[in-house]
Every structure is written in structure tokens, then in C-alpha cells.
Ligand binder design. Structure first.
Ligand code: EPZ
Length: 428
């Protein structure tokens, strides 16, 4: 297991290129199961989660080839996936438990193959993570679903039929699974109370390029007219808005001056507004954003509540909290999406942060300075909030279990070192 060793106190200064979005690339990869023709994905980030999902797809008969950096200065990698036929409908526990997003093979396997046996993903550090919304909606498309031995066994012997589905609660993954399943269902499907995250619009754009007929993705009501088959496509993954927000917050926290390039700043307007309220200068261009703060002028504490898109993303909550730890005044941070997404709090407190938890709300009172300490990463976004804390803490911070980080951040120590951070990886 690797660890990161950091010396805090250096304001970040320079440019950080943003990679393709992990949470777009994962569903896009599972969409390849819907066709026997090659699906080419460009700007794919180099992450552990991508590698794990590639293994899962291989179990089902997908043939994958990965090329280095794409031609013409394309950043990221080019991934080509072809599934001539589904050779095995089982997504095994040992892979699914490593990669919850494997649940996204359920819809495509059902639609293409008429059967799927997917291990229940189980919970993770941030919550129980049920999949009931996925299953109930797939049953409305005509699937018969039983749970046995920790596996979801889904069948659609007569194919799937379109339906009018109203999600009782907003779910990104359930919306994605249903978009893919409905693309090959007979007739029209309407998804109401659908998630509006940009990764869903990106998936819909790729599915439409494959021959699907999806309208309204990105809004709360999506209409899908099913078709009998889908073809291959060539699709570029959208930039990662969560990586963008993470490095924007790191720049603000350190009192630095950083330009984030190859991104879509409008996808994190909710964060930009809060940072500007806190006294950070944010300049937005079409595909870049510049974040700077005078190191002699601390950020102001501002309240925040996580919400489904376009509200403040839950995936930036831990990073925002690390920023608020040394702000002027206090910040009330409410987590409304997951029931246990404050695992970073005890670790931040070990570094001197003053945080009080009341159920789903954390009251952060700004302190003058954090102090470096050995800390433990617990989940992907909690780990990166500890990196932000380590960047601003006095002295040395050692972050253990950084495999959590590698799931969602491509070359984080390179990107931060290039902006002046003192951060190195050590093999343990
Ligand atoms: C996606 O997870 C993201 N993962 C998460 O990012 C992100 O935090 C989340 O959406 C919310 O934006 C990927 O895209 C791979 P949900 P997902 O279904 O689809 C409950 C990261 O750090 N729920 O929108 O699993 C659920 O427990 C990860 O990159 C049900 O109750 O999220 C949660 O409380 C973490 N039943 C809420 O809904 C269901 O059937 C939102 O979950 C499904 C979800």
C-alpha cells in the first residue's frame, strides 16, 4: 500500500490539465455491451476504477484495447471496446465489491442479452448504497428480478418494453441504467424525476451517436424511443467537473493562483458562486478557469448544502470542508445525499480542525492553522480532502491507504508538484 508524504505551506501556482470524467467514463464503458460493434472512447482517465470495470466487461465477452495518449495531442487514453456477443451474464462479487459502478452492467446486459446475474454491490464507507431504485424501474420495463445468495438475478425473456417511470428519489446510477436499458426496449420510455448530472447528458449523447433516440437528458424528464439494435460510435468523455472543483478548492485553500485547463467551468457554477462569496477570485473562460486568493486574506466561512445537480455536488463536500477549516468565521456544511459522508471529519480534527457534527450537518469553525499529522484515507473524496489539508498544514502530513485516491485522481502528486506542492509517494 502506498502513502503520500506532504510538507504544507506552499501556495499552489501554475496550470493543471483536467482529465476525462471518471463518473462519465464508467457508464460509457458499460454502454459498449449494448452493441456488437466497436465503441471508441477518448480522453479516458487513467484510474484504478477504469481498470477494474474493464475487467468486469471482459467477464461478459468484451474485447478491450487501450492506446496511450491519443493522436493530435489528445489527452487521456483511447479505449476501444467490442463485445461481439455476451459470453457470460454474471458480474462476480469479487469484482463488483471493488467497483460499485459495476451495477451499471445490469441494464445493458438485460437489454442486449435478456439476462443478468450481478452481485449486489454492498455498502461502502459513505453509506449502504442500495439499488432498489434501479431494480423497481427495470421491473417496470418488464424484467423479472429475484435476489438470491447476494446476487441480483434479472431476466427479460420476451425483451424489455417501454414504460412511464417516475423515480421516487433522484439517483444518478438508476437513471443511467434505465437510459441504457430503455434504448433497446420496445416502444417509448419516459423517465420522470431523472437525475440531471452532466455525466447523464454525456451518456445520452453517446447512446444517440450509437443510434438511440433519447431526448431531454440533463433535465428531470427524459424520453427514450426504443430501437432494435445499436451500432458503434466514437465519443470523447467530458472533462471531470469533480477533479476541476477539487483543484480549484486546493488553489483557494493554499492562497495560490492556478489555472485549470481543458475543463467546462460551467459544470461547477455552484462551487464558483460559493468560492466568490468566500472572497476567492475566480475567472471563468470557455474551457478553463483561474482561481486565486491573496494568501494574506483568509477565506470567509460560507454555509453549504449538498444537493443533486445543479446544486452543490456531494463529491466536493469533503474538499470544501478542508477549505473551510482555516477560513475566517464559521461554515455550516449539510450533507443531504449520503448518510455517512463525514469520514474525513475525525482525520481533519487530528490536524487541528474545529468541527462539530450534528447528524447530517457539520459546523466548521475556522482555526488559524492546521498541523501536519499521520492520517488515514477512508474513501475517495475523504482522501483528497486530507491532501488539501496537508497542503495548508504546518509541517509534515502522511496519508495512508492512498489506493482510495488512485481510484479517482489521475497522477495527483504530479499535478500538484507541478504547481509547487511538496508531495511525494512512498511505497509501504
Ligand atoms: C453516483 O453514485 C456517483 N458515482 C457518486 O460519485 C456520486 O456521489 C453520486 O452519484 C451522487 O452524485 C458514479 O457516478 C460512478 P445515486 P450513485 O444513485 O449513482 C440513494 C465518487 O466519489 N439510492 O445518485 O451510486 C443512495 O444511497 C462517487 O465519485 C437509493 O436509495 O449515486 C444515495 O443516498 C461517490 N437507492 C442517493 O440515493 C438506489 O437504488 C444518491 O445515490 C440508488 C441510490
Amino acid at each position: 500500500m502506498d502513502k503520500l508524504i506532504m510538507q504544507g505551506g506552499q501556495p499552489l501556482s501554475g496550470t493543471i490539465p483536467i482529465s476525462g470524467a471518471k463518473n462519465a467514463a464508467l457508464p460509457l464503458m458499460t454502454a459498449s455491451l449494448l452493441t456488437s460493434e466497436p465503441l471508441i472512447l477518448r480522453h479516458v482517465p487513467h484510474l484504478a476504477d477504469i481498470t477494474t470495470l474493464a475487467e468486469v466487461l471482459g467477464e461478459h465477452g468484451a474485447e478491450l484495447s487501450l492506446h496511450g495518449h491519443g493522436e493530435g495531442g489528445e489527452t487521456g487514453r483511447v479505449l476501444s471496446i467490442t463485445t461481439p456477443r455476451i459470453t457470460n451474464a454474471v458480474a462476480p462479487y469479487e469484482l463488483v465489491r471493488k467497483m460499485r459502478a459495476s451495477i451499471l452492467v445490469l441494464g445493458p446486459l438485460l437489454a442486449r442479452h435478456g439476462e443478468a446475474k450481478v452481485s449486489l454491490p454492498g455498502g461502502c464507507a459513505i453509506g449502504t448504497r442500495p439499488v432498489d431504485l434501479h431494480l423497481k424501474a427495470l421491473e417496470q420495463l418488464g424484467a423479472t428480478i429475484t435476489l438470491e445468495g447476494g446476487y441480483i438475478h434479472a431476466r427479460a425473456d420476451n425483451g424489455l418494453r417501454g414504460a412511464h417511470i417516475r423515480f421516487p428519489a433522484i439517483s444518478v446510477g438508476a437513471t443511467e441504467n434505465l437510459l441504457m436499458a430503455a434504448s433497446l426496449a420496445e416502444g417509448e420510455t419516459i423517465l420522470e424525476n431523472a437525475a440531471r448530472e452532466p455525466e447523464i447528458a454525456d451518456l445520452a449523447a453517446c447512446l444517440n451517436a450509437m443510434g438511440a433516440d433519447i431526448r431531454g437528458a440533463g433535465s428531470e424528464t427524459i424520453t427514450v424511443s426504443g430501437t432494435t439494435r445499436l451500432r458503434g460510435a466514437d465519443h470523447r468523455v467530458i472533462p471531470d467537473r469533480i477533479e476541476t472543483g477539487t483543484y480549484a478548492l486546493a488553489a483557494a485553500a493554499t492562497g495560490g493562483d492556478v489555472t485549470l485547463t481543458g475543463t467546462r467551468p460551467e459544470l461547477i457554477d455552484s462551487l464558483t458562486e460559493l468560492m466568490q462569496q468566500a472572497g476567492v477570485a475566480v475567472t471563468v473562460e470557455k474551457d478553463s478557469m483561474r482561481v486565486c486568493r491573496d494568501p494574506d486574506r483568509p477565506m470567509e466561512g460560507v454555509d453549504m448544502m449538498t444537493q443533486p445537480y445543479p446544486g452543490f455536488p456531494t463529491d466536493l463536500q469533503a474538499q470544501f470542508m478542508a477549505c473551510m477549516a482555516t477560513a475566517q468565521g464559521a461554515a455550516m456544511i449539510s450533507e443531504t445525499i449520503f448518510e455517512n459522508r463525514f469520514m474525513h471529519v475525525p482525520e481533519l480534527m487530528r490536524m487541528g480542525a474545529n468541527i462539530n457534527l450534528h447528524g447530517g450537518t457539520a459546523l466548521v469553525r475556522g482555526v488559524k492553522q492546521l498541523t501536519g499529522a499521520p492520517v488515514m484515507a477512508t474513501d475517495l473524496r475523504a482522501s483528497v480532502s486530507l491532501v488539501i489539508a496537508g497542503l495548508i498544514a504546518k509541517g509534515e502530513t502522511e496519508i495512508n491507504r492512498v489506493y482510495h485516491l488512485d481510484r479517482g485522481y489521475e497522477r495527483i502528486e504530479d499535478k500538484l508538484s507541478a504547481c509547487g506542492a511538496s508531495i511525494r509517494r512512498e511505497r509501504v
